[in-house]
Write a protein that binds this ligand. Structure first.
Ligand code: C2E
Ligand code: CA
Ligand code: CA
Ligand code: CA
Length: 279
């Protein structure tokens, strides 16, 4: 038993060392990744549940590491947050997404909105509002064509300051939505003071929507709450027809998920928009 204990100890130490090492390698790589142009954005369509039409896309970052290949944002966004590198990375995302949306518009495609994820550190950064204004000015994208997705935990961290920033963004014409709604713990009463336009039902409530009565109850409650507050509601992670039907029958406004489309490179979004325009 003693031997096994020490083996376990060694095992865990080695694992930990590996992960610290791995973290350092990632961090080192992250520092140059913007300059070296290793990031790409994919765009996942958002669809109106009544018309079936694409009305917007969400920008989702991908990192093409020269040695490690494609790295998921789930592996590096946390580290980027911790290290503060999320600020330059987030600025690159914002500017690239605005430019892309403006390029689609300039090419005569049906105008859609662009949603960009903003992480806590990025949102709390002093010059956020200025950076957003600059990205809009430099791309010539109308502010109304940009939406920022923020999480509840972020807003609740410093309620007064967050709401102040959200009001400034709204005054500029930028829309805000609450991502992963239901997974954080914002007080429902605080919700009404947020100048937001949309609630996004987290995919953890959508995945078992077809046969889990609890998830059905949660989805219906969020939809009804959103509508009573005059907000739109979108469901993410919609993968099956059953999930889609449940959401449509229960008056959800919009959806996003593999059922309609995975996140796509710009050219494929363009093709979808062209096909939609020709209908
Ligand atoms: P999120 O904002 O909640 O984005 C939704 C995630 O679900 C995306 O994962 C998307 O690819 C995935 N997804 C979409 N449809 C489906 C579906 O039908 N089924 C399933 N199982 N998954 C689906 P992704 O692209 O790996 O991004 C993960 C997270 O990383 C995002 O979660 C977001 O929090 C963060 N992230 C991604 N891009 C950015 C970015 O540019 N900036 C910041 N700050 N965070 C980002
Ligand atoms: Ca999101
Ligand atoms: Ca989400
Ligand atoms: Ca999520």
């Amino acid at each position: 038993a003693k031997d096994m204990g020490s083996n376990n100890f060694q095992f865990y130490t080695r694992e930990m060392n590996e992960s610290v090492e791995e973290k350092l390698v990632l961090l080192e790589g992250l520092r140059n990744a913007v300059d070296e142009q290793q990031f790409r954005l994919l765009y996942q369509p958002k669809v109106d549940l009544r018309s079936g039409l694409i009305f917007g896309v969400e920008a989702l970052i991908r990192w093409h590491h020269p040695e490690h290949g494609m790295i998921s944002p789930l592996r590096f966004i946390g580290l980027a947050e911790e290290s503060g590198l999320i600020v330059p990375i987030g600025e690159w995302v914002l500017r690239t997404a605005c430019r892309q949306n403006m390029a689609w518009r300039a090419a005569g495609l049906p105008p859609i909105s662009m949603s960009v994820n903003v992480s806590p550190r990025q949102f709390q950064e002093m010059r956020l509002v200025e950076r957003v204004a600059q990205a809009l000015a430099d791309s010539a994208l109308p502010a109304g064509a940009l939406e920022l997705e923020v999480t509840e935990s972020l807003i609740m961290r410093d309620l007064a300051q967050s709401v102040g920033k959200m009001r400034e963004l709204k005054a500029m014409g930028v829309s805000l939505s609450i991502d992963d709604f239901g997974t954080g713990y914002s007080s429902l009463s605080a919700l009404k003071s947020f100048p937001i336009s949309t609630l996004k039902i987290d995919k953890s409530f959508v995945s078992e929507l077809a046969d889990n009565p609890d998830d059905q109850a949660i989805a219906m409650a969020v939809i009804s709450l959103a509508h009573k507050l005059n907000l739109r509601v979108i469901a993410e992670g919609v993968e099956t027809e059953q999930q889609c039907r449940f959401l449509r029958e229960n008056d959800c406004d919009e959806m996003q998920g593999y059922l309609f489309s995975r996140p796509l490179p710009p050219g494929e979004v363009e093709a979808l928009l062209l096909a939609q325009d020709a209908r």
